[in-house]
Design a binder for this molecule. Structure first.
Ligand SMILES: [Zn+2]
Length: 229
């Protein structure tokens, strides 16, 4: 999707990669049991198809850590949000139920990507990324929130639901306690004045997407964002 003039955002799916078995086939996540060389081939193919000069992947740890990528290293350790001002350098956030949140200010020439699962959303990784982008001069930000397990599927223990902030509390389609990550992230973005687009496919209900909750052993898809000029 075109997130703004001069900014591209893409959410990948399972299709068109080299991985086999439970990782079939475009698994972009290292460290999930798939062969590293196959994951790197999937990443290289995806980056070539996107037409970017490179991509940055985080070693995600369910934190609110934000780092700036300068394009000199391909990977960012121990973070769940990344930003850059480098054109044609894609930022990737990986997930298999947790949404990738992509943020941009085309006028300021800044983009960011966050992995905002349950822990990251509670810690405020998206607000932390927005704050860092604004520190760097961003004004009018737009966001794209990628596919995630939906509030009708993401069952959790009652105590976890009841201690979550109000917008995150939900009920499954079968009547048990649940969390709604998308609603919580939407509320965070709204409070910060960031206009948001949503790819509201549910990972668990969409066979073309990886879902950890559905499959356990599985791959990761990605949200990518980059300045295209
Ligand atoms: Zn669902």
């Amino acid at each position: 999707m075109i997130l703004a003039d001069g900014v591209r955002a893409v959410f990948t799916d399972r299709i068109g990669g080299f991985s086999t078995g439970p990782y079939d086939s475009r698994n972009l996540g290292l460290g999930v049991g798939d062969a590293s060389e196959t994951v790197l081939r999937n990443r290289a193919r995806t980056e070539a198809e996107l037409g970017v000069e490179g991509a940055v992947y985080m070693r995600q740890i369910h934190s609110a850590n934000v780092v700036e990528a300068d394009g000199r290293t391909a990977d960012v350790p121990d973070a769940d949000a990344v930003l850059t001002d480098r054109p044609n350098l894609a930022l990737a956030a990986l997930g298999a139920d947790c949404p990738a949140v992509l943020v941009a200010d085309a006028g300021a020439g800044l983009v960011g990507a966050a992995h905002s699962g349950r822990a990251g959303t509670l810690l405020g990784v998206v607000p932390a990324l927005v704050a860092r982008l604004r520190d760097r001069g961003a004004g009018d930000l737009v966001a794209a929130v990628g596919p995630a397990i939906c509030g009708r599927c993401y069952e959790v223990p009652e105590s976890m639901r009841d201690t979550a902030p109000e917008p995150m509390r939900s009920t499954t389609s079968w009547g048990t306690p649940a969390l709604d990550l998308r609603a919580a992230i939407a509320a965070q973005l709204d409070e910060l004045g960031v206009k948001a687009l949503h790819d509201d496919r549910c990972t668990l209900e969409t066979p073309e997407l990886y879902s950890y909750r559905r499959d356990g052993v599985t791959g990761r898809f990605a949200g990518y964002v980059w300045l295209s000029r």
